[in-house]
Ligand binder design. Structure first.
Ligand code: FE
Ligand code: ZN
Length: 504
């Protein structure tokens, strides 16, 4: 037999392993392939973006793992955590472990489902590869950050926190929404709207934040995941184009999903915005800058003009996201600061140089809208107190973020929308979230709303200490950073280090 070309070999080892069923009909074999209304006429038209066979995939990933674990070992052995910029940097990583890592695991499970239920051999193989990637991401993130769990608070019990703590219901409910959709909607939600449109906004700031702040393990994990991420983005774009090319009737369905999932995904990135502008002791770039670069330039001006060829428009509520870029991080971090007694990370008032940085990066909004809040918080601290919000906030029924966002064009007026469904009233933070609810009210009335659950007595009891115990939070996990367990340990370890150097 003549030697096969790369392309033939790839084909033989992947999609050619597919077969036509002979004794069950297609409907029975693929029961979830048609109910969403997406019509596929020829699955063989699917372009494989990967060209990766199973053996080369494993070889490649194993090599990356070897490098990562070598870095983790040497960092642990040399007490590398002491060379971080500051212990408060780890708050960003606590948020990542609690909020993002469990989503990687959910993605692993759901891509395995796609690997079973998509009808074509090409996309099934792509989904299987991504399923394995996501499992590896969950594992390597946990291993990477477990090194800090030995010395710092907030890293233990992250999966319990993910299931229970109020701000983590934002990412959790987002992914629950996606995995309870059909296979094509999931591809549009996660592979396209989340991974293609917004992954650079999520991933790049966390990973460059890690490198700027001396977190070598997380940076190495980031590099190791980045090459997978580019495959995932390709899958996202490929699946959208495939649906659009297969049948004209798919266009309005896909447009609707893009409209929904852009807004859902964008609301989740609100946590990233506050992380970038407030949680990094050494900041990489502002949220506004990142949003302009990775979203407005690359997606809105770069990608969507190409998609208009298929009849696809930019996401329905995109202008509001653009208009919010000067406000978002400040509104979110102030909320985390105000409810910080019930969080799995600590918060604090930005130092003077940090306030200056915020003014310089947000010249139109920071000094007149947000600096006064921080000055007030500082006066309270100087009087021996700490500003914490008393009471529980109203939540948006769709994104589950407290109602903290403001009316378009009026940054001091809280936005509030509502809909009535079967005689009950539901509240929303924005036009985007209301629109999503109104499309599928039966889905969103079932949402597990953290504040409602507390009031209904389902979260350990009626008092704050009972709820915190039910969350699994321990002394030092949340609250104020200044004077916290982590801050005192950090100071103690560095003083010890200095006196050791002096005595040599
Ligand atoms: Fe991942
Ligand atoms: Zn909302």
């Amino acid at each position: 037999m003549p030697k096969l070309s790369m392309k033939q070999r790839y084909s033989v080892l992947t999609r050619d392993l597919d077969w036509e069923p002979s004794y069950v009909d297609e409907e029975e074999l693929f029961p979830h392939a048609t109910f969403e209304g997406i019509k596929i006429h020829d699955w063989s038209k699917w372009e494989d973006p990967f060209r990766l066979t199973v053996d080369s995939y494993y070889k490649y990933q194993a090599e990356k793992d070897r490098r990562l674990y070598a870095v983790l070992d040497s960092f642990a052995q040399s007490q590398g955590h002491l060379s971080l910029s500051d212990a408060s940097y780890l708050n960003a990583m606590k948020l990542f472990l609690q909020g993002v890592t469990p989503l990687e695991y959910q993605a692993h499970r759901h891509f395995a489902y796609l690997g079973r239920h998509l009808k074509g051999g090409g996309p099934r193989f792509a989904a299987i590869c991504q399923s394995i990637d996501e499992l590896r991401h969950a594992q390597t993130e946990i291993h990477t950050l477990s090194g800090y769990n030995k010395h710092y608070s907030g890293f233990h019990g992250f999966s319990r926190m993910h299931d229970r703590v109020w701000y983590l219901s934002v990412p959790k409910s987002f992914f629950d929404d996606a995995v309870s959709a059909g296979p094509f909607e999931f591809l549009t939600a996660i592979s396209f709207s989340f991974e293609y449109l917004l992954t650079n906004l999520l991933f790049v700031p966390f990973m460059s934040g890690a490198s700027f702040n001396g977190d070598l393990p997380t940076m190495t994990f980031g590099f190791s995941a980045q090459s997978d991420e580019s495959r995932h983005m390709t899958l996202g774009l490929e699946s959208i184009k495939f649906m659009l090319e297969q049948d004209e009737g798919n266009v309005p369905i896909v447009q609707d999903w893009i409209d929904k999932w852009f807004w859902r995904s964008y609301r989740v990135t609100a946590l990233v915005a506050s992380m970038m502008d407030y949680q990094l002791p050494r900041r990489v770039m502002s949220w506004k800058e990142a949003f302009e670069l990775y979203f407005e330039q690359q997606m809105l001006e770069g990608l969507f003009p190409d998609l208009s060829y298929y009849g696809i428009n930019p996401p329905r509520h995109v202008q509001q996201a653009v208009d919010e870029k000067d406000l978002l991080s400040h509104q979110v971090y102030w909320t985390l600061f105000s409810f910080g007694f019930a969080a799995g990370f600590t918060t604090s008032i930005p130092h003077d140089d940090h306030l200056e940085w915020l003014s310089a990066n947000y010249p139109d909004t920071f000094d007149n809208l947000y600096r006064p809040q921080w000055e007030k918080a500082r006066r309270i601290r100087e009087g021996g107190g700490r500003f914490f919000f008393q009471g529980l906030p109203q939540l948006c029924q769709t994104c589950q973020i407290p109602m903290i966002f403001t009316e378009p064009g009026s940054p001091t007026v809280i936005a509030q929308r509502w809909s009535e469904h079967r005689g009950e009233k539901f509240n929303f933070c924005s036009d985007g979230c209301k629109w999503i609810f109104d499309r599928e009210p039966e889905k969103y009335v079932q949402a597990w709303m953290p504040v409602h659950q507390i009031y209904q007595g389902n979260c350990g009891g009626p008092t704050v200490p009972e709820v915190l115990a039910w969350y699994g939070l321990e002394e030092g996990d949340g609250g104020e950073y200044e004077g916290s367990v982590d801050q005192r340990n950090w100071q103690h370890w560095h003083e010890a280090q200095l006196s050791e150097v002096a005595s040599r």
